[in-house]
Ligand binder design. Structure first.
Ligand code: F6P
Length: 547
């Protein structure tokens, strides 16, 4: 049965009324009135700690948001997802990335197939292969051990492996260098290949469909590059594939024995837990890859069993809805205070924006309310010296998620305290701001002339009352990273249910692909130029003259 439109639901309307009251609150006052606020509005799960006290909310807000989640059927849809129901309705597919991190022996059948056995059979193969490459037993065609691994893929077949390998680089095998090529722009592959020895390089061609144009073009060029110095018989030692499409993999020239499969019930942006994580297993070893999966599983167990009021992913999702649908925020900024999470915002961009960047409901009715905000960000402290100005004093309010590990994995003295001090100071500054009276007092103490003080006042005043979450973990271990990613996956799920969109398809990427194919033919062949608009015609003509 279709859900009633979100903006007509009773819980939504109750929240709208409540918003009018909440809009008069300041975070400063909320903290001043309740010394227990930090304790009351924080939650621990799967090795992570979430402090959501620096948002404009109180107990009643949380209760109303949880009522909204219940009214929208979050709990039932969560159960449906974990049970393997075909909740991806436009592609008629189950959504079972959670099954990829379930321990051996967990019971789950899809269409009569024992999913857990299939998953662990592939994990066993990943372990056997990564053990051989890491130990040096797997050799290239000249008898040398592998030194460089190039993952060729794009979107979910690139962002996850690259982000996770970067995040866990302190656990990486010292002999193996990992490289990632995604862009069809030849500068990407060219720059990587120029530093490599083909005899010690292993390519992973990672593509769920094995038809993605960018990946196929890069894979073909990598194969040509390799065959300039080796015979075709050497290919199996240097090319492996990760895909759901055995036929296309073998047609490309990769033996099915060198293909690591996964399944159509794993969405591209949810595939890091599948064989798409092969480069991660190669870098950190199968055991630590297992810890990464176990961390995500711990978050799954929390998500499926904790009441919404204490459920970390549900709360994170609901707070996002609170900002987006009741305070009209248009983007969220991700600020990991950990250099090794430098690609985390890029990863979340695909996870959230490809999942929930939708304009119709699951049943195709237009939305009359906002869905996914834009997601962007960069590591702290770098962002502080670039765009944080706008976050503090710009005309838009942009909620921020701060993410930090309490302990570092490096041994340089002094840095970690400086890093954490900055992280906590920023969220404090967003929350408190600085009033004009406080600014005046500061300037008077510096003995500035009164006229100058008055002129500077508006520039130096911070409105504050700007919301943020802070997520802490002990250290950026494989398990904690697994939990962190799963946290955002389930946050995305909760928001998709509230907004009543299909979070698991991505039709919006298709039109550009089709048009690019047509224009590519026009640019490279003798095909007669089609009738485009004058801008597109003009751009094509300029490129044709230059190519
Ligand atoms: O075009 C978008 C997309 O389908 C993503 O959803 C996906 O992660 C990416 O392309 C790569 O797809 P594939 O793994 O099939 O090459």
């Amino acid at each position: 049965m279709p859900l009633p439109a979100l903006d007509t639901s009773a819980a939504f309307l109750a929240l709208r009324q409540h918003r009018d009251i909440a809009a008069t609150w300041t975070l400063r006052d909320l903290f001043a009135e309740n010394p227990n606020r930090f304790k009351e509005f924080s939650v621990t799960a799967g090795g992570l700690f979430l402090d959501y006290s620096k948002n404009r909310l109180n107990r009643q807000t949380v209760a109303l948001l949880c009522a909204l989640a219940r009214e929208r059927g979050v709990e039932a849809r969560r159960a449906a997802m974990f049970a393997g129901a075909k909740i991806n309705n436009t592609e008629n597919r189950a959504v079972l990335h959670t099954a990829l991190r379930a321990p051996r022996g967990a019971v789950l059948e899809i269409d009569g197939q024992d999913i857990n056995r299939d998953v662990h059979a592939v994990l066993d193969r990943i372990k056997a292969f990564s053990d051989r490459v890491r130990s040096g037993e797997w050799r290239g065609h000249t008898g040398e051990a592998i030194t460089d691994i190039v993952n060729i893929g794009i979107g979910g077949s690139d962002l996850g492996p690259e982000m996770v390998c970067r995040a866990l680089r302190s656990f990486a095998h010292p002999r193996l260098s990992l490289h990632f090529v995604a862009n069809v722009d030849g500068h990407d592959l060219d720059a990587v290949l120029s530093s490599l020895n083909p005899a010690t390089t292993l390519f992973i061609i990672a593509s769920k469909t094995f038809t993605t144009a960018e990946t196929m073009q890069n894979a073909g060029s990598a194969r040509n590059w390799f065959l300039q110095s080796a015979a075709i018989e050497a290919l199996p030692q240097h090319f492996v594939a990760v895909s759901t499409n055995t036929k296309a993999v073998t047609a490309f020239g990769i033996d099915a024995a060198n293909m690591f499969p996964f399944w159509d019930w794993v969405g591209g942006r949810y595939s890091i837990w599948s064989a798409i994580g092969l480069s991660v297993a190669l870098a950190i070893g199968a055991e630590r890859f297992g810890e990464f999966l176990a961390g995500a599983h711990a978050m799954d167990e929390h998500f499926r069993s904790a009441p919404l009021e204490q459920n970390m992913p549900a709360l994170l999702g609901l707070i996002g809805v609170w900002h987006r649908n009741f305070f009209a925020t248009t983007s969220i900024s991700i600020a990991p205070y950990h250099q090794d999470l430098s690609q985390f915002a890029d990863y979340l961009q695909q996870l959230e924006m490809e999942s929930n960047g939708k304009r119709v409901t699951r049943n195709g009715a237009p939305l009359h309310y906002e869905s996914c905000p834009a997601v962007w960000g960069n590591v702290g402290t770098n962002g502080q010296h670039a765009y944080f100005q706008l976050l503090h004093q710009g005309t838009d309010v942009i909620p921020v998620d701060f993410i930090a590990a309490l302990k570092a994995t490096h041994r340089l003295p002094g840095h970690q305290a400086a890093l954490l001090a900055n992280c906590f100071a920023q969220s404090e500054a967003f929350m408190r701001g600085k009033t004009s009276d406080e600014v005046r007092e500061d300037l008077q103490a510096q003995q500035l002339p009164p006229a100058e003080i008055e002129a500077l006042l508006p520039h130096k005043t911070f409105p504050g009352n700007r919301p943020s979450n802070t997520i802490l973990m002990d250290s950026l271990s494989p398990g904690n990273l697994g939990a962190l990613i799963a946290l955002y996956e389930h946050k995305t799920f909760v928001q998709g249910v509230i907004w009543d969109v299909n979070s698991f398809d991505q039709w919006g990427v298709e039109l550009g692909k089709v048009l690019a194919k047509n224009i590519h033919v026009e640019l490279t062949g003798d095909a007669h130029q089609q009738e485009h608009d004058s801008s597109t015609n003009g751009l094509i003509a300029m490129a044709k003259a230059a190519l």
